[in-house]
Design a binder for this molecule. Structure first.
Ligand SMILES: [Zn+2]
Length: 56
């Protein structure tokens, strides 16, 4: 028995477990990165490289 995709709730696929698709895996990754780097307002349209300006 497979768990549903944590992103959209569809049945997970073996290839992309625990997600239903690579897209949902990407969404989860973006969320993880957003949580870590706190990107304001961004979901998956922009790609902001993590800034390291503390060594300025
Ligand atoms: Zn999904």
């Amino acid at each position: 028995m497979s768990s549903p995709c944590p992103i959209c709730g569809k049945p997970a696929q073996a290839e992309t477990r625990p997600f239903c698709s690579k897209r949902c895996a990407d969404v989860d990754l973006q969320r993880w990165l957003s949580d870590r780097y706190v990107v304001p307002g961004g979901q998956d349209d922009e790609e902001n490289p993590p800034s390291t300006d503390f060594d300025n």
